[in-house]
Design a protein around this ligand. Structure first.
Ligand SMILES: [Zn+2]
Length: 470
């Protein structure tokens, strides 16, 4: 077994303990004990928190592609890559070259992990970071509830007069907004409206906003956005992209009357539905197992049918046919089976916790607790000094006051960390539970996990997963 070792050397004070020489001799012994063969030690130098040059890692990956060694040994995944996500991707690449990857500290061994686990971990890490950014939006949400406009750009047709107040712009943009609504109500489509605005050369939203990469071209998408923006009837809608929409009524002067607006919404919705119906969850990945042609969705039956059979008749293919909800249930239950067979729930939670570094928080809590103990000692010592008449009561009280202040700050800090920590733990468990329950599947998840589905005449369903290696 030819073994490549990857080490990261830090210029940090703290990390000097594990200097390069120390690390090297450690790995050498480790390899010797197992009667493996050391191929080469690759190294990168890290300063502060960032690794500027990653020549070592790149060389390692390059040599791996040339099959110069059979396995990679390193301290931990986090030592190997900038984050676990990146690590997983690199490990996956090594794996495709049939190179084993092992870490000593966290006991990771790529031979024990299959592709499914990788795919799953990647999608979980992504979900987790999405939830994090939701939290960041919280501050914005609080401000939105008070009815202040907190977008950076004022909607087209309005102008800002001070930090919190917005009024109709009284210029060409106000005219354009009214024109867009009235044209749409007269039965013109988005394309026609865009064309008319382009012909007239009216300033576009990005031009008015003074964006650097502004375009003079009106697009259908921006017109659609305007038509569905409640801001024009005087309401403030914030947090549009999230589930919790907040509408504060009458925060500013309207440009469009409510009747017009509601009628426009009704029509937009009707048009939207038609577009939505044409794309289906399994469209594009479904194949007739009998003849290999792609399957078509039949709206009236709520089912998929072999394309060949559908177009050319029974003579050409005896055909596959399956109801969408049946297919959905089958895919879900098969995925669920794989998940339950392959993954232990607890170890998955642990793995994710490591990913989001809950350990760090626990370490912090420990440090604060220690500090609080120290403060307690300080208090006792001050009391001793008072009793021994080394200090007088005035100095004693002053000292105590100072210590108490510090204690309060630290305790508050600790409570906050614990709160954050519990919340995050809850999220992780929630996400993992979602995965294990899996009673429905959405397009995003489906695309990530499923490559192709074959359906046969006898209704047999064969799934090819993205994480399957042929
Ligand atoms: Zn067919």
């Amino acid at each position: 077994m030819r073994c490549a070792v990857y080490v990261r050397v830090s210029t940090d004070m703290e990390a000097q303990k594990s200097s390069i020489a120390h690390q090297k001799s450690y790995f050498e012994k480790y390899i010797e004990n197992r009667e493996w063969e050391l191929y080469k030690i690759y190294q990168d130098i890290e300063s502060g928190r960032s690794i500027k040059n990653r020549d070592g890692l790149q060389e390692l990956m390059e040599d791996g592609r040339k099959n110069k060694f059979d396995m990679v040994l390193t301290k931990s995944i986090s030592r190997f890559a900038r984050n676990t996500l990146e690590g997983l991707i690199l490990i996956r690449e090594l794996k495709s070259e049939k190179i084993r990857f092992m870490t000593i500290e966290d006991g990771f061994d790529s031979e024990e992990y299959d592709e499914f686990m990788f795919t799953l971990l990647l999608s979980i890490a992504q979900k987790e970071s999405e939830k994090m950014s939701e939290r960041i939006k919280f501050g914005k949400l609080c401000r939105a509830k008070k009815g202040y406009y907190n977008g950076s750009n004022v909607p087209y047709g309005y102008k800002r007069i001070d930090k919190y107040h917005i009024v109709p712009a009284e210029n060409v943009t106000l005219y354009v907004i009214r024109k867009i609504f009235s044209m749409y109500l007269q039965g013109n489509g988005l394309y026609k409206i865009a064309k008319e605005l382009n012909n007239q050369g009216y300033p576009t939203p990005s031009q008015v906003a003074g964006k650097r990469n502004s375009t003079p071209i009106w697009h259908q998408s921006s017109i659609r956005k305007m038509l569905s923006n409640r801001f024009y009837v005087g309401d403030l809608v914030q947090n549009k992209n999230n589930q919790e929409r907040i509408i504060v009524k009458n925060t500013h002067e309207p440009i469009i009357d409510l009747v017009t607006f509601e009628e426009v919404q009704k029509r937009l919705k009707e048009k939207g539905k038609k577009i939505f119906k044409n794309t289906h969850l399994f469209s594009g990945i479904l194949i007739c197992g009998e003849c290999g042609s792609s399957m078509h969705y039949k709206k009236d039956k709520g089912a998929y049918i072999c394309g060949k059979l559908n177009k050319m008749g029974k003579k050409y293919c005896k055909g596959a046919y399956i109801k969408e909800d049946v297919l959905r249930r089958t895919v879900c239950s098969q995925l669920k089976k794989i998940i339950c067979e392959n993954i232990c729930k607890d170890s998955l939670i642990k793995e994710i916790e490591r990913e989001v570094q809950i350990k760090d928080d626990e370490g912090q809590v420990g440090k604060i607790k220690k500090h609080l103990e120290k403060l307690e000692h300080k208090k006792e010592r001050a009391l001793d000094l008072l009793m021994d008449k080394i200090i007088d009561e005035k100095i004693y009280l002053k000292k105590i006051k100072k210590i108490e202040g510090e204690r309060r700050i630290n305790e508050e800090y600790m409570v906050n960390i614990v709160k954050k920590f519990t919340k995050r733990k809850f999220w992780i468990e929630e996400i993992v539970n979602e995965i294990f329950i899996l009673d429905n599947i959405d397009a995003v998840c489906l695309n990530k996990l499923v490559q192709k589905i074959k359906v046969f005449h006898n209704k047999e369903v064969l799934i090819k997963y993205t994480f399957q290696i042929e």
